[in-house]
Ligand binder design. Structure first.
Ligand code: GLV
Ligand code: MN
Ligand code: MN
Length: 421
C-alpha cells in the first residue's frame, strides 16, 4: 500500500548521538555499558531518556513497576501504535541491546514531530523495567507485568541476586510510578532490536522480520553436600557439591548437543562455597538456561535435566533444591505485522530474512495483548551480552527507518488481529 509519508526517514546522526550519550552511563571497557536493572546507573540512564521524552513534549507516564511510556497524541483517541524496548543491561553489556529499540522509537517520533506528520492513532515509545532479568529474574519483568502476566505486588516482592527487593529499589531510584498495571493494550507493538546472533550477517541480509521468540526456561539449582578436607577425605566418602555442579553443567551441554533441532543450554552462573583450593565444596548454586522454539522439545529437555539431577543427587549423596526463575513458552508473532515489517524493509531496498529470535524480548510479552512483531538488524560476529557487541551505523539507521515506516503502516493499515500467542 502507498503511504503519504513513505519517503520520510529518521535523522541517523541524531540517533547515533543519543546511542553514544546513553552508552556513556555505566560505560565499561570495550565500549559497552553496565546498567543492571534498578541500580544507580539504570536510574541515570532512565533520567536521560525520560528528559529526551519530556523535551519532545510527549506525555510521559510511569507505572507501578517503573515502565516508562511516552505518547504523542494522534487524530483519534484510543490505543496507541507502540514501540520500545529496554535500557537496562546485563552487567557486561553492549551498547545496543535494548537501547537501540528505545532510542530509535524516540527518533521515529521526533521525525514525525519535525515533519509535522499527524498520525491517526497515538504513537508511543516505552522502556520496560528489567528486561534482562540478570539482577531480578524473570527476564522481561516490566513488560510481563504490563500485560498482566504477573501481578504487581508479586513483582515488587522479587528478590535479586544481591538480596535487594524490586519494590525497594524502585523506590530508591524514584521510579515507582502511579500508572496502573496492567497497562492499556496498544493497537499494535513493534520492537527494533539487534539480532544478537550470527544469522543475518552470515546470510547477508540487512533486516530480519522476526517471526517469533523461542521458549525460555531458567532454573536455579542449590546443591548442598558436605564441606570437608581436600587432602584427607577419601573419594568414596565425599558429598561434593562442586563435583555435582560440574557434572550438571556438563550434562546440560550434552542435552543441547544430543537433541535435534535448535536446543540451546547454558550454565551462566556458578557459585561454590566456601570456594577455596583445599576444601571440598559444601554448597553450589548454579543456573540453567534452556531455550527452544518448540515447546515439546523444551519440555523434553527439562524432563531430561530433572531425571539427571535426581540420579546425581543419589549417586553423590547431595541435596538438590530447584527454583524456577523464568518459564515462557515459545511465541509466534502476528502474521500481518511480520509481513508489514518484511514488505516495509523490502520497499526501502533491503534484503529481508524471516527468522525466529533466539533472545528474549519485551515484544514476546506484548504479543499476548496486541498484534506484535519485531525488526532485527545484524550483529557483527553474532556477539552480544558482551561489550564488543557491534552493529554498523548504516544498519542501525536502516533499522530505524524500517521501524518508522512500519509504525506508519501500522497506523494506516487495517490490522488483522491474526493469532497472537
Ligand atoms: C534476555 O534478554 C535474554 O534473552 O536473556
Ligand atoms: Mn534486549
Ligand atoms: Mn539482553
Amino acid at each position: 500500500m502507498n503511504h503519504p509519508h513513505g519517503g520520510l526517514r529518521i535523522d541517523g546522526d541524531r540517533l547515533m548521538r543519543r546511542i553514544t550519550e546513553l552508552a556513556a552511563i555505566g560505560s565499561i571497557d570495550g565500549g559497552g555499558s553496565s546498567r543492571l536493572a534498578l541500580t544507580d546507573e539504570d536510574r541515570e540512564g532512565r533520567d536521560l531518556v525520560a528528559t529526551w521524552m519530556y523535551d519532545l513534549g510527549l506525555e510521559v507516564r510511569i507505572d507501578g513497576i517503573g515502565n516508562v511510556v511516552a505518547t504523542r497524541a494522534g487524530r483519534i483517541d484510543g490505543p496507541a501504535v507502540m514501540t520500545g524496548s529496554h535500557i537496562d543491561t546485563v552487567r557486561s553489556g553492549g551498547r545496543y541491546d535494548g537501547n537501540l529499540g528505545v532510542l530509535a522509537g524516540l527518533e521515529a517520533i521526533e521525525t514525525l514531530i519535525d515533519a509535522g506528520v499527524e498520525t491517526q492513532h497515538p504513537m508511543a515509545v516505552a522502556f520496560f523495567t528489567d528486561e534482562e532479568g540478570a539482577r531480578f529474574p524473570p527476564d522481561m519483568l516490566g513488560s510481563l507485568v504490563y500485560v498482566g502476566g504477573l501481578g504487581l505486588e508479586e513483582a515488587l516482592d522479587i528478590e535479586g541476586i544481591d538480596g535487594s527487593i524490586v519494590g525497594d529499589e524502585l523506590d530508591r531510584i524514584g521510579y515507582r510510578g502511579t500508572n496502573p498495571c496492567p497497562g492499556p493494550a496498544p493497537r499494535a507493538f513493534v520492537e527494533l532490536h539487534i539480532e544478537q546472533g550470527p544469522v543475518l550477517e552470515a546470510e547477508g541480509h540487512a533486516i530480519g522480520a522476526v517471526t517469533g521468540v523461542q521458549g525460555i526456561s531458567w532454573t536455579e539449582f542449590t546443591i548442598t553436600g558436605q564441606a570437608n578436607h581436600a587432602g584427607t577425605t577419601p573419594m568414596v566418602l565425599r558429598h561434593d557439591a562442586g563435583y555435582a555442579a560440574a557434572a550438571l553443567a556438563t550434562h546440560v551441554r550434552d542435552i543441547a548437543t544430543m537433541m535435534e533441532g535448535r536446543q540451546v543450554a547454558t550454565v551462566g552462573r556458578l557459585d561454590l562455597q566456601p570456594n577455596l583450593v583445599n576444601v571440598v565444596a559444601g554448597k553450589a548454586i548454579l543456573t540453567v538456561d534452556l531455550r527452544n522454539t518448540d515447546e515439546a522439545l523444551l519440555l523434553a529437555a527439562e524432563a531430561d535435566l530433572t531425571t539427571f539431577v535426581d540420579g546425581l543427587a543419589d549417586a553423590e549423596g547431595v541435596k538438590v533444591e530447584t527454583r524456577t526463575l523464568a518459564r515462557f513458552e515459545p511465541v509466534v508473532f502476528n502474521d500481518s505485522v511480520v509481513e508489514t515489517v518484511a514488505r516495509t524493509a523490502e520497499r526501502l531496498g533491503h534484503s529481508v530474512s524471516r527468522m525466529p529470535s533466539g533472545a528474549g524480548h519485551d515484544a514476546q510479552m506484548m504479543a499476548r495483548v496486541c498484534p506484535t512483531g519485531m525488526v532485527f538488524v545484524p550483529s557483527r560476529d553474532g556477539i552480544s551480552h558482551n561489550p564488543a557487541e557491534h552493529t554498523d551505523p548504516e544498519d542501525l539507521v536502516a533499522g530505524g527507518d524500517v521501524l518508522l515506516q512500519t509504525l506508519l503502516a501500522l497506523d494506516h493499515d487495517a490490522l488483522d488481529e491474526g493469532e497472537t500467542t
